[in-house]
Design a protein around this ligand. Structure first.
Ligand SMILES: NC(=O)c1ccc[n+]([C@@H]2O[C@H](COP(=O)([O-])OP(=O)(O)OC[C@H]3O[C@@H](n4cnc5c(N)ncnc54)[C@H](O)[C@@H]3O)[C@@H](O)[C@H]2O)c1
Length: 372
């Protein structure tokens, strides 16, 4: 199979889908990997490293035209529409829910699109999302360290246990992958950390992984209010149901918080669990509402591109190899977890969530592949 590794086009996206080591693994199996100049530069991987791995340096358009599978990080950009061809495989984060235009493009042009974020595992978890969520949580805590400083607009608080002064209070909503990423660093820095979750099982599991300066509370309105009043930094790490219309923290609630405190919305759902949240970027990461600083960067892991590319590449490579070795149909039929990520196939929409959200016809992925 001929696999293409383009340079990402999204602003501030420095990750690459496959490291030189992943390219070498594909080449060893007899596949051809075309890569674009500087595709790995943002993650510290040079063109020379890709050439040494057996990749072939290829010009942008030729890379799209001459490949069977595009292996990428970010969803399809409008600038790629003219370059993709019928039957081509697009293997990437897709967020087909949020990017309806590119989903419709794939349906109309018979692109086989498979979304990293929807590939699951035996535990019902999403292995291509977890490493990024952990990095986003850790990056979110580092951002809080930065924006709590007076020289960066914060109230001048060092998020660390310092003798003689009150220990900072950190509240985390959700102890999933990103919440645990925050908690690990926040607790290691000696802060008083409170995690609120609705799942006793999740809190019980987290308790065994975190030190004693982390307490756990049910995510009830009363407990939330207790935390809002005392917290210096609130992290939102809830996996939010996109169809929900309510919020956990309403704009009015911000008045309960200490002035100059910080909200880091790792989940980053516009108008989601935190009503006042709107996505920001690495170039313009914060804004203030009701005296509370909000940080809501929607691609935190890109700031740690070298680390992120390595973990992402490791999570997706087994699937890329299966697709290259067996062909996409057989790989999808053999692996229900990969099939869970199938979004569009021969003009049919195979991702239930997106079909429901946009009121589009849904076809079961297996039926679509078997032509039923
Ligand atoms: N900003 C970024 O760059 C970035 C990067 C990666 C992931 N994310 C996003 O972060 C979000 C969280 O991802 P995750 O992998 O940590 O999810 P997860 O599924 O691992 O964890 C979510 C947790 O939230 C808990 N929860 C659900 N409802 C709750 C409530 N009302 N109160 C408190 N807790 C509640 C769940 O029980 C679960 O433990 C996702 O939306 C993901 O897309 C953002």
């Amino acid at each position: 199979m001929i696999i293409a590794l383009p340079k990402e086009v999204k602003e501030n996206e420095y990750r690459v889908a496959a490291t030189p080591s992943a390219v070498a693994a594909l080449v060893r199996k007899g596949h051809t990997v075309l890569f674009e100049h500087d595709c790995g530069a943002g993650s510290g991987f040079s063109d020379e490293a890709y050439i040494a791995a057996g990749g072939q340096l290829t010009e942008h358009e030729a890379l799209y035209r001459n490949s069977d599978m595009i292996y990428k990080v970010k969803e399809i950009d409008a600038s790629e529409y003219d370059l993709l061809h019928e039957g081509q495989i697009f293997f990437s984060y897709l967020h087909s829910n949020a990017h309806l235009e590119s989903t419709l493009f794939c349906l109309k042009n018979n692109i086989t699109s498979i979304a990293y974020e929807d590939i699951d595992d035996d535990q019902g978890k999403f292995p291509a999302l977890i490493p990024m969520s952990v990095l986003a949580g850790k990056g979110g805590f580092l951002a809080a360290l930065h924006f709590s400083q007076s020289v960066h607009g914060g109230k001048g608080l060092l998020l660390n246990r310092i003798p003689g002064v009150p220990t900072p209070e950190i509240t985390i909503l959700g102890c999933g992958a990103s919440g645990m990423g925050v908690a690990e660093l926040a607790a290691a820095f000696g802060n008083k950390v409170t995690i609120l979750d609705v799942s006793w099982k999740a809190m019980e599991a987290a308790k065994h992984q975190l030190p004693a300066n982390v307490e756990f509370m049910y995510s009830s309105r009363e407990n939330l209010e207790t935390c809002l009043k005392r917290t210096d930094v609130l992290f939102n790490c809830i996996l939010w149901d996109k169809n929900r219309k309510d919020h956990i923290v309403y704009r009015e609630d911000l008045k309960m918080m200490k002035p100059g405190s910080l909200i880091v919305d790792v989940a980053c759902d516009d108008n989601g669990a935190i009503e006042s949240c709107r996505s920001t970027s690495h170039t313009d990461p914060i804004y203030t509402e009701e005296g509370i600083i909000h940080y809501a960067v929607d691609n935190i892991p890109s700031g740690f591109s070298c680390t992120a590319s390595q973990t992402l590449s490791a999570a997706t490579l087994p699937h890329a190899i299966a697709i290259a070795e067996k062909g996409v149909e057989q790989a999808l039929l053999d692996d229900k977890h990969l099939r869970r990520g199938l979004t569009t196939y021969k003009g049919k929409l195979c991702l239930l969530e997106t079909a429901l959200k946009h009121n589009l016809p849904f076809t079961d992925p297996k039926d679509a592949i078997e032509g039923k």
